[in-house]
Design a protein around this ligand. Sequence first.
Ligand SMILES: NC(=O)c1ccc[n+]([C@@H]2O[C@H](COP(=O)([O-])OP(=O)(O)OC[C@H]3O[C@@H](n4cnc5c(N)ncnc54)[C@H](OP(=O)(O)O)[C@@H]3O)[C@@H](O)[C@H]2O)c1
Length: 347
Amino acid sequence: MSIPQKTREYRLPKVDGFHNLTLTEAPLPKLKSTEVLLKVHAVSLQYRDLIVAKGTYPLGQKENPVPGSDMAGEIIAIGEDVKGWKVGERVSPNFAVDHVFGDPTAEIKATGLGAPIDGVLTEYKIVPAHSLVRIPEHLSYEEASTLPCAALTAYNALLGGNPVLKGGDFVLVQGTGGVSIFGLQIAVASGATVIATSSSDKKLETAKKLGAKYVINYKKTPNWEEEVLKITNGRGVDHVLEVGGPGTILKSVEAVRYAGNVAVIGFVAGQADTSQLPLLVLGKAINMRGVLIGSRQQFEEMNRLIEAVKLKPVVDKVLDFEHARDAYEYQDSQQHVGKVVIKVSKD
Ligand SMILES: NC(=O)c1ccc[n+]([C@@H]2O[C@H](COP(=O)([O-])OP(=O)(O)OC[C@H]3O[C@@H](n4cnc5c(N)ncnc54)[C@H](OP(=O)(O)O)[C@@H]3O)[C@@H](O)[C@H]2O)c1
């Protein structure tokens, strides 16, 4: 194909809601020798995209960003110094393009697509070649677009810290959003027993079909941590994927076993008094770790697991590029289970 000179891209000139999402056309910059040009086939949405558009993302965002962190596409041009990649390969860039391996740093965090730097809600995207991973062969572009943030965060939460997930462990996932559903699937694929919570019995049925052995409706059972302790005969779970934040974290430390792993991931459950937290954590010798997505190396390791067990991401809905705002509205309505995807290219 001929190399495009322009791209249609969304920008957020103002950040007080999704109505600001503006489709514009922009020239593509000249490809540097270490970069590749990608044709974007699909983009998946996160909770983060909602709060970037509302201007409430707490970790910093640039002015007038191109939103979106997660994409799957194909390489259509390669810089002259890039080795190991060829035109036509199906790829995704890592969420933080400079997080290649090891721990995150302030400099790495500043390379997160779709907030501190321009993102992927665009027809064509230039990224550094060192950010790329190959898409698992059994996945479509729509399915693969869900992996960079939600899946890698869940994978890192369960396998990147201490203790590491092993067969026979109990894993608690909160709600049925993107990170939690991937946590459920990765835990089940690894031989763990999953307890899933949700505000909806219908969504809990889906969680059961995906392999959750126990489910709890957190609206009907507000003291869900007591139920978790009953299920585990008082021992508590080995891992919690803590996506609720201040609103759920005290219950999470009640629900985890002594010296278990609480992966601190999100803040969807709002504010609450957490002044008891330090005592509860030390009193049970809990391992509590903040998770910042993951490295390209972890992404490659995760894709090997996904290929080995033929894991299929749960794609709730796919909307066209021209209907990106509707996709944001749908994600915000919390009707989804798993992921909401925007199909960018028509082919
Ligand atoms: N640290 C990181 O690296 C990282 C990476 C990705 C995401 N995150 C964070 O993780 C959180 C989830 O992100 P996401 O993209 O997976 O979100 P999402 O797909 O929008 O899912 C949100 C879900 O959270 C559940 N929820 C809401 N209030 C809850 C509560 N009080 N208790 C339990 N569950 C509740 C709901 O599930 P039900 O409808 O089933 O009730 C809702 O559908 C966000 O805060 C996001 O910023 C962090």
